[in-house]
Design a protein around this ligand. Structure first.
Ligand code: TYM
Length: 594
């Protein structure tokens, strides 16, 4: 029952599934069936833990149909098996094994979209134009096996005459070079179309019924944020020991304690950034702040302190966006006020010690005309449906909100910094931030290849928890949930003694007997962020969890650490002059060693 059109449909559909859902292309095709009436059924093994939403499957069909319309050449080549495996790993194989004795492979290739080892005698149209439409018939998901079965019906395009070729013959006539390893990379490391993998919109309860909402605007969970689930849902990658060791080797020094302690816990394409860096390609750093309050809380400091470390070790340029426009659109604040707060917050940011020659800080209101061409290119490539799926916009959200994500996305592309980044049109970018900002960059990473630009890489941190416990992000408006950079030593002491949630026992006797639950204990958790002395932290962990230390003693230790940190910060901030702010914000060429 197999027809050339059906065989091509299988490959187009597989490419779309990998692109949108983001499972590895290699070894993931489990079953293919063509049947009467131009029907095709494809079964793939995914990493999904729940049935993909109708929106995701609709996106798969959209991508597949775009491929048909785009008229992509279907190429074939032959390659020695050992050479192919060395170059492409397993990514051209389906689940079933190609017999050992076959030493030469015939491979089908569609430009960065699909690479598949095929039987030499099978026939295919040599262009995706041969299919005019692919329609979804059925979708089934087997949770226990993580298998997705998609049944479609295709319509051959009869209005054009795309030649039908036999794979082996087309391969022998093909004079094009084999695809490079780099061209195949997106197929190997596909993390899916970042936008659809996890809509942050409706707060889907997890399988155990607990609710978890993580968006740029809301973070809440019934029982502490489940970061493993976030990695699974968002399709990012855990920061593995192997990657950390590789990073240490490249930078020639230990990784930041926050990386070692799992506070920076997830990434997208950090490995690719390290590859480029090793080959001598510099990347730039991009991070930001939404100026909605006079004072930053300790959680806000995290990405900036970490970015300063990244700038020092990689000696790279840095751009920092102040989204005064975002805060105006989302909060009940006047535009002038958001703009002013941006300047105030800039002083805190400068106090982190960024290298002025390598750092450009900009307010969206001031810099928008430089961002605008890139913003437009992005806006044109994201539909309202997609934005709604990613950000959860509703019909009653103002249209400014709906247009804003492209403004946070634009600085991920060096073309938005013609002067600061010396006109480098496609310099790779690494974004350090807490995981709440990821939705913006899932969208950005989706449009990047369509703009023929590098996808930005990301390194994500967990949330510095509120004083009241693990399950909320601190709020700039609820004073007693956080310690602020403007707090006095006395305020810090009072807040911690009075509000920090303790994992210790109710009475001294019980504490001595049972010890504290460190997982939920805020004084200990906060020390994990800001006590840099590893040996002392270990000692506290051992003594506090065994009952040798009491909550009061741990709180005292934390108060000391934070009073010192905040005092240092306040001194450094006081030394930041208006001239320094102006210089950091002046549009100028940045300097960095190449
Ligand atoms: P904003 O001002 O909400 O937060 C600034 C940075 O701090 C992180 N953050 C936290 N990190 C750890 N623990 C917390 N409790 C915590 N709360 C906030 C945020 O993830 C962010 O990295 N829209 C953005 C501004 C922005 C931006 C960017 C941020 C524009 N471009 C690029 C990161 C990267 C905002 O309102 O951030």
């Amino acid at each position: 029952m197999a027809t050339p059109y059906g065989s091509l449909t299988v490959n187009i559909l597989k490419g779309a599934l990998v692109k949108v859902i983001g499972f590895p292309t290699g070894r993931s095709t489990i079953g293919v069936k063509q049947s009467e009436g131009n029907k095709v059924r494809l079964t793939v093994k995914t990493h999904l833990t729940a049935k993909p939403s109708d929106g995701i499957i609709a996106k798969v069909m959209e991508v597949a149909n775009e491929k048909c319309k785009a008229g992509v050449p279907v190429q074939f080549f032959t390659v020695q098996r050992n050479e192919a495996e060395a170059l492409y790993g397993e990514c051209m194989y389906d689940k079933f094994q190609v017999p050992e004795e076959i030493k030469t492979l015939t491979v089908l290739y569609m430009d960065g979209y699909n690479l598949n080892c095929v039987r030499p005698d099978v026939e295919y149209p040599n262009n995706t134009n041969a299919i005019s439409e692919i329609k979804l018939l059925k979708m089934k998901f087997q949770t226990s096996k993580q298998q997705l079965e998609v049944q479609v019906v295709y319509t051959p395009n009869t209005s054009n005459s795309v030649p039908i070729v036999k794979a082996s013959e087309a391969a022998s006539e093909n004079t094009n070079a084999k695809p490079t390893k780099e061209a195949i990379e997106p197929l190997i490391s596909s993390t899916g179309m970042d936008m659809t993998a996890a809509s942050t919109a409706p707060p889907a309860p997890s399988s155990d019924g607990k609710k978890q909402i993580v968006t740029p605007w809301v973070v809440s969970s019934d029982d502490g944020v489940d970061y493993d689930k976030l990695i699974r849902d968002y399709g990012s990658k855990p920061l593995s020991d192997e990657l950390i060791q590789r990073m240490e080797k490249i930078i020639g020094q230990p990784a930041h304690p926050w990386i070692k302690r799992g506070i920076y816990f997830s990434h997208r394409d950090l490995n690719l950034m390290l590859d480029l860096y090793e080959k001598g390609t510099k990347f730039y750093l991009y991070t930001g702040r939404g100026p909605s309050s006079e004072a930053l809380h300790l959680g806000h400091l995290l990405p900036f302190m970490f970015t300063k470390w990244l700038q020092d070790v990689f000696k790279c340029p840095l751009v920092i966006q102040l989204t005064d426009d975002e805060k105006f659109l989302w909060k009940d604040l006047a535009l002038d006020e958001c703009h002013r707060l941006g300047f105030e917050n800039t002083k805190d940011i400068i106090a982190m010690g960024f290298d002025m020659k390598k750092t450009f800080i900009f307010s969206d209101l001031n810099y928008i005309q430089h961002l605008y061409p890139t913003v437009l290119e992005i806006q044109k490539r994201v539909t309202f449906n997609q934005a709604r799926a990613i950000f959860g916009f509703t019909d009653s959200d103002n249209i400014g909100k709906q247009a804003f994500p492209a403004i946070q996305a634009a600085p991920s592309f060096s073309r938005a910094f013609k002067i600061p980044l010396k006109g480098l049109a496609n310099m790779p970018c690494l974004i350090p931030c807490a995981i709440d900002q990821d939705p913006y960059f899932r969208m950005t990473r989706d449009v990047a290849p369509r703009m023929k630009l590098h996808k930005p890489a990301l390194i994500h941190c967990k949330f510095f928890p509120a004083l009241q416990g693990q399950n909320t992000k601190m709020s700039a408006s609820a004073q007693n949930t956080a310690v602020y950079c403007t707090d006095t030593a006395k305020q810090i002491k009072k807040k911690i003694n009075k509000h920090a949630f303790s994992g210790g026992q109710d009475t001294m006797e019980k504490q001595r007997e049972l010890g504290a639950n460190l997982e939920v204990d805020i004084p200990y958790q906060w020390l994990r962020f800001f006590l840099m002395d590893e040996d002392r932290l270990q000692e506290i962990a051992t003594k506090y969890s065994s009952g040798e230390m009491l909550t009061g003693e741990v709180k005292k230790e934390l108060i000391g650490v934070l009073q010192e940190l905040v005092k240092n910060h306040q001194e450094k901030r006081a030394a930041v002059t208006d001239e320094m702010v102006q210089e950091f914000m002046r549009i100028r060429e940045l300097e960095w060693e190449s």
